[in-house]
Design a protein around this ligand. Structure first.
Ligand code: PEP
Length: 247
């Protein structure tokens, strides 16, 4: 069976006290054991949260793909590993759009993460304009094709994919379960063509984009939806725990 993953992307939210309180509440109340629960926290909280829980894995939202050097303000994969962080987000649409991370840079980050034995949630997703033009599958598989260029089958066990339509992120407008399932199936089929069915069947594909306590059950019921990357709703422990319990 594919790994089910529910990951919170806290983005640039929460004070130190709020972050600890949120983390503790999730950790204390979490009873589900068959879901890989993760919290992608702001970098300044990583060290204090890292290794704090056996039930919730803490990951980094970002890193710079070089082991060290003159990159003011950046954090390296080596530094992340040195504080016990083993997983990162790559390719989030906010990094692409607000910070100019293009497909080439995202590919470099994927290679760097793999070299440093960091597990990856690789995000992809189309704009409304692209969807309205009917090009969403071509666009998303193009993003994946570029990010995973040269990535061997062996490395796919370290990679989960998150489909996050940009028009659904933080907008309250969720993809319908049919739209999500159609894209997840298209991604799965693309994985079959690139890596074969065994790898495609074992790769987790998460949905992200205004997933919340009210709609998670329907989304997670889709055969090709293996969990969620959750932004806004992950900042509320009760909502996040309800999402985790939505399988
Ligand atoms: C995200 O940014 O990864 C995300 C899915 O955000 P939200 O759940 O708030 O739409």
């Amino acid at each position: 069976m594919r790994k089910r993953i529910v990951a919170g992307n806290w983005k640039m939210n929460l004070t130190a006290e709020e972050a600890v309180n949120l983390f503790n509440e999730i950790e204390e109340k979490l009873t589900v054991t068959d879901v890989d629960v993760r919290a992608y926290a702001p970098s300044i909280y990583l060290q204090s949260l890292s290794g704090k829980s056996k039930k919730v894995t803490v990951g980094a939202q970002n890193f710079y793909p070089s082991s060290k050097g003159a990159f003011t303000g950046e954090i390296s994969p080596t530094q992340l590993r040195s504080i016990g962080i083993n997983t990162v987000l790559i390719g989030h649409s906010e990094r692409r759009d607000l910070f100019g991370e293009n497909n080439e840079f995202i590919h470099t980050k994927v290679k760097s993460a793999l070299e440093n034995e960091l597990d990856i949630i690789l995000c992809c997703g189309e704009s409304l304009e692209t969807r309205d033009a009917g090009n969403e599958v071509e666009f998303v598989t193009g993003q994946l094709s570029s990010a995973l260029n040269g990535v061997e089958s062996e490395s796919m066990k370290n990679i989960a994919i998150a489909y996050e339509p940009i028009w659904a992120i933080g907008t309250g407008r969720t993809a319908t379960s049919q739209q999500a399932e159609d894209m997840h199936l298209a991604i799965r089929n693309w994985l079959v063509s690139k890596y074969g069915s065994a790898i495609a069947e074992s790769t987790s594909i998460l949905y992200g984009g205004s997933c919340n306590a009210g709609n998670a059950k329907e989304l997670f019921a889709c055969p090709n939806v293996d969990g969620g990357l959750i932004g806004g709703a992950s900042l509320d422990a009760e909502a996040f725990l309800t999402i985790i319990s939505s399988y």
